[in-house]
Design a protein around this ligand. Structure first.
Ligand SMILES: Cc1cc2nc3c(=O)[nH]c(=O)nc-3n(C[C@H](O)[C@H](O)[C@H](O)COP(=O)(O)O)c2cc1C
Length: 366
């Protein structure tokens, strides 16, 4: 199992009420979280949002290079500034610090979130990383931060499971395979392939116009995963779009990947997970309603409606309640954007106070 993304810096949340793992985190709460997996091997996903955060959550976002703001829902996102080399070192240290805390709490390992347009992903992407120093330029430069973190983690946690989630970008399949080889050499145990970002939410099955993406396979990242799998020996996991057991079997039999990740359907109906794995259920459904209405509403909100609808269901099913299948798509979109922004704005001051009171300890890279 993989958890949702836990932040490594409470001054940089991705959404209101994210889980944060830093020096101010209650170690007992982390231990209780680890126990709640009831023995199922669970990796905690660690993340830094970078520029993909609304201005209500983070009015001063950071990125590899300065600006522009996300071209989405005008005004909701602030233009990021570029990180200094010293700040990059701080980010690196925070990922290692958080991983050590997670493992100390009893989890068998972590996954680095280097996909979906968040900070580590935006370092890898030449569209958002236009740095002229050692952390930009060719693949070696753009991957430098991620590889430094992986090497630090391997040194700090020699026996723990280390996974990384990376993006398949159109036309960059060879580069993904080259990145995979570098990650393998740096000591990673599992590479999860996904793709897309807030501006182009391919991982949700939607394009920038709010239309469903047509794809030859259930997963739009099939070809990229196949090329990566051919290049590396570490297991590759492919996530995004899988809904039928036969397609899962095809992907595994063809050597496209060694594992398949399934998100939304099982978040709504967690009881189906075991039955799907055992082959007792052939097809998982897509219960989320589509957002209708004119294009000016649909375009900016389709992905938020889909993510928001599932977020509500995760909250319910994780709490032992049944999913609320009649939840309208528009209500989910508003909850995901406006309600989150309001919560974040109200809670921001208290959060920053806590962060200031407990500076992160030095772990791994100095
Ligand atoms: C509500 C919601 C929250 C998500 N949170 C995360 C996350 O924290 N980390 C992550 O890597 N992916 C996250 N995802 C993306 C999923 O992991 C997955 O890549 C995506 O849903 C596509 O897979 P699926 O078609 O099986 O759902 C999230 C998706 C949804 C709908």
């Amino acid at each position: 199992m993989l958890t949702g993304n836990a932040m490594v810096d409470r001054a940089h949340l991705e959404r209101a009420r994210n889980v944060v793992v830093d020096a101010a985190t209650d170690a007992d709460a982390l231990r209780r979280w680890a126990l709640s997996a009831r023995g199922a091997p669970t990796l905690v996903q660690l993340a830094h949002p970078g520029r993909q955060v609304t201005r209500y959550v983070q009015p001063h976002p950071v990125a590899p290079s300065p600006g522009p703001a996300l071209a989405l829902a005008g005004g909701l996102y602030a233009a990021p500034r570029g990180l200094t080399v010293a700040e990059i070192g701080e980010v690196r240290r925070r990922f290692v610090d958080a991983a050590v805390r997670v493992v100390d709490a009893g989890f068998p390992g972590i996954e680095l979130h280097a996909a979906h347009g968040y900070l580590l992903s935006s370092f890898l992407d030449p569209q958002t990383n236009r740095r002229g120093d050692d952390y930009g330029g060719d693949l070696d430069g753009r991957a430098r931060l991620l590889l430094e973190i992986v090497r630090d983690l391997r040194a700090a946690l020699p026996a723990s499971a280390l996974a990384v989630k990376v993006d398949a970008r159109d036309g960059a399949e060879r580069e993904l395979a080259d990145l995979g080889i570098r990650l393998q050499d740096a000591g990673i145990d599992l590479i999860e392939v996904s793709g897309g970002n807030y501006e182009r939410p391919v991982m949700t099955g939607f394009d920038e116009d709010g239309q469903e993406v047509a794809s030859e396979h259930e997963s739009p990242f099939w070809n990229a995963a196949a090329e990566l799998s051919a290049a590396v020996e570490v297991p590759v996991m492919l996530t995004g779009g899988f809904r039928t057991r036969s397609e899962v079997d095809r992907a595994l039999a063809a050597g496209v990947c060694d594992m398949v990740g399934v998100g939304r359907p099982l978040a709504v109906r967690p009881s189906l997970a075991g039955r799907f794995v055992r082959g007792e259920v052939e097809e998982l459904d897509r219960p989320a309603p589509r957002l209708g209405g004119p294009a000016v509403v649909r375009r900016p909100l389709a992905a938020a409606a889909n993510a928001g609808w599932h977020r509500v269901q995760i909250t319910r099913t994780a709490g032992g309640r049944s999913p609320l299948l009649r939840l309208p798509a528009l209500a989910a979109a508003i909850d995901y954007t406006a309600v989150d922004a309001a919560q974040a704005a109200v809670e921001r001051r208290a959060r920053l106070k806590l962060a200031a009171a407990a500076p992160a300890r030095g772990a791994g890279a100095g």
